[in-house]
Design a protein around this ligand. Structure first.
Ligand code: DC
Length: 223
């Protein structure tokens, strides 16, 4: 297949700054931004709406078949889901449980790959998630893994959502999601062996974006 655009995979835990970094890097380099977490969130939202048991992998896999990923968002049954609905706290918690089911991951794998392939043909993409560099797009031109201390991630999440008084509660929720995401049997959260690991605890957003843009330019030069 002819290679037309660069693919940048950005993985990392909740609150590592992934979404902001991916969005800004995509803007800076004129690439499409694909947020794969939105697909898992859409399955969770469907399950909550339709009363599907979050332990029923088979039924959740069927729901996943109704989800499509596109630049900047996600479609369910062909309709765009509002970002606010995907970001609700109960959807975040359900998405983490939903994403542990192999049936769901199996259905969403080609969904993510097809979206990335379309984006690549359109000039390239920044694809953001948990297992992009390890499983979804192991041939990505650049793999970045962002991390930050749980305390710092909780502070960022609290500031983002105007819940500054709840840092400790958010920190515990983040640790719980980290545990679920990194201990699950399928596609656990971990850096690809060839990923550039960036600890963003002491870095500003702009600094991280600059670093990834530099890595991307170097990767493009190699391509
Ligand atoms: O990045 P996010 O918080 O929107 O992701 C929502 C959930 O989906 C999170 O619990 C991890 C899961 N996820 C995943 O398992 N694999 C991905 N590629 C993206 C997200």
């Amino acid at each position: 297949m002819e290679k037309t655009g660069i693919i940048i995979a950005i993985d990392g835990p909740a609150g590592s700054g992934k979404s902001s970094v991916a969005r800004l890097v995509a803007q800076r380099l004129g690439l499409v931004n694909l947020n794969t977490g939105a697909a898992y969130r859409a399955v969770a939202l469907l399950a909550l709406r339709e009363g599907v048991d979050l332990e029923d992998g088979k039924a959740l896999g069927r729901l996943a078949g109704r989800v499509r990923l596109e630049p900047g968002g996600v479609l369910v049954d062909g309709r765009r889901v509002p970002e606010g609905e995907l970001r609700a706290p109960e959807v975040s918690a359900a998405a983490s449980r939903v994403s542990a089911h192999p049936e769901v991951r199996r259905v969403l794998l080609p969904v993510q790959r097809e979206a990335a392939e379309r984006a690549r043909r359109a000039g390239g993409a920044v694809v953001e998630g948990r297992d992009i560099g390890t499983v979804v797009l192991p041939d990505a031109d650049l793999k970045v893994f962002l991390s930050a201390s749980p305390e710092e991630r909780a502070r960022r999440r609290a500031a983002q959502t105007g819940r500054e008084g709840e840092v400790e509660r958010i920190r515990r929720a983040i640790l719980e999601r980290d545990r679920q995401d990194s201990e699950r049997a399928v596609s656990p959260l971990r850096p690809a062996p060839d990923a550039a690991v960036i600890d963003t605890t002491e870095m500003g957003l702009e600094e991280v974006v600059e670093r990834v843009v530099r890595l991307a330019r170097a990767a493009e030069g190699r391509g």
